[in-house]
Design a binder for this molecule. Structure first.
Ligand code: ADE
Length: 264
């Protein structure tokens, strides 16, 4: 997978791209990244990449010229690349979209699967840029950031995690919260067994794998119901299955249920 990033602030990406799993994946060439600065496509002394908006007021917007040339520069290198504009007005990004983007198979002649992330600054883009180039407009949430860079990192990291060979255990991508089934993950614990008066739930110490799996799933279901009821509706858990999960977690002590977030 290759990411072209059209941005005025390449330096924002450096620490992220060098750290943790993303850093390892980049080193192992699980994905590649190339930065393109619209300022390189200006010819005036000020290297202007934005201008006042028509219609009055003091707003500024990304100018068509340098941004379109930057996008086209990427497209010449990878004509099959999908162009993604990061904007608060875009479609909401979620784990389902991550899977869809990862599954989109390039055809034989398409070459490497590539994305061009266009990270605007200022009040936004000249709308004609979006019309001319965007395959997707994506928002990472209903709030406004100073630009698309952080949003691009969020989207890229969620995609990188799903690439083959990036996560150690191949099933952990599917088991993550919002994974295949759209449920929240069961809480996890590590040593010490007891801390600040809180004990690791005893079923996890039993060594009884079938039981651990069944209870973990029941906890996932009930925790999702308590925290994100709208996700449970989408997850297609039948009322019978929910009832069975609720019955199973009654095996746990009051303290355990409280710790696991499954008290009703
Ligand atoms: N640019 C500014 N705010 C954004 C958001 N919430 N999502 C994506 N891109 C953005």
């Amino acid at each position: 997978m290759k990411f072209f990033v059209v941005t005025l602030f390449e330096e924002m990406f450096h620490a992220w791209a060098e750290s943790g799993l993303v850093g390892q994946a980049l080193k192992k060439q699980n994905f590649q990244m190339e930065f393109i600065n619209p300022r390189s496509f200006t010819s005036d002394v000020h290297q202007a990449v934005d201008d006042k908006v028509y219609g009055g007021g003091d707003g500024m917007a990304a100018m068509f010229g340098p941004w379109s040339e930057a996008i086209e520069f990427a497209m010449q290198k990878e004509p099959s690349a999908q162009v993604i504009f990061l904007t608060p007005q875009g479609e909401s990004w979620n784990q389902k979209k991550v899977s869809e983007f990862l599954q989109r198979k390039p055809s034989q002649e398409m070459g490497i699967r590539s994305f061009v992330f266009v990270c605007g600054r200022y009040a936004g883009f000249d709308e004609r840029l979006v019309k001319a180039y965007a395959d997707h407009e994506i928002s990472i949430g209903d709030y406004v950031l100073n630009g698309g860079e952080l949003a691009a990192m969020v989207v890229m990291e969620s995609l990188v995690r799903g690439l083959p060979g990036v996560l150690g255990e191949s099933s952990s991508f599917r088991k993550d919260s919002f994974g295949e089934e759209g449920l929240l993950e069961c809480p996890q614990f590590t040593r010490p067994q007891s801390v600040k008066g809180m004990d690791v739930p005893s079923f996890l110490l039993s060594g009884h794998h079938k039981n651990i799996e069944a209870l973990s799933r029941a906890i996932s279901i009930v925790r999702t119901k308590n925290r994100r009821p709208e996700l449970l509706e989408k997850a297609q858990i039948s009322s019978k299955e929910l009832e069975a999960a609720e019955k199973l977690i009654r095996q746990l002590s009051e303290e355990e249920r409280d710790l696991l977030g499954v008290n009703s």
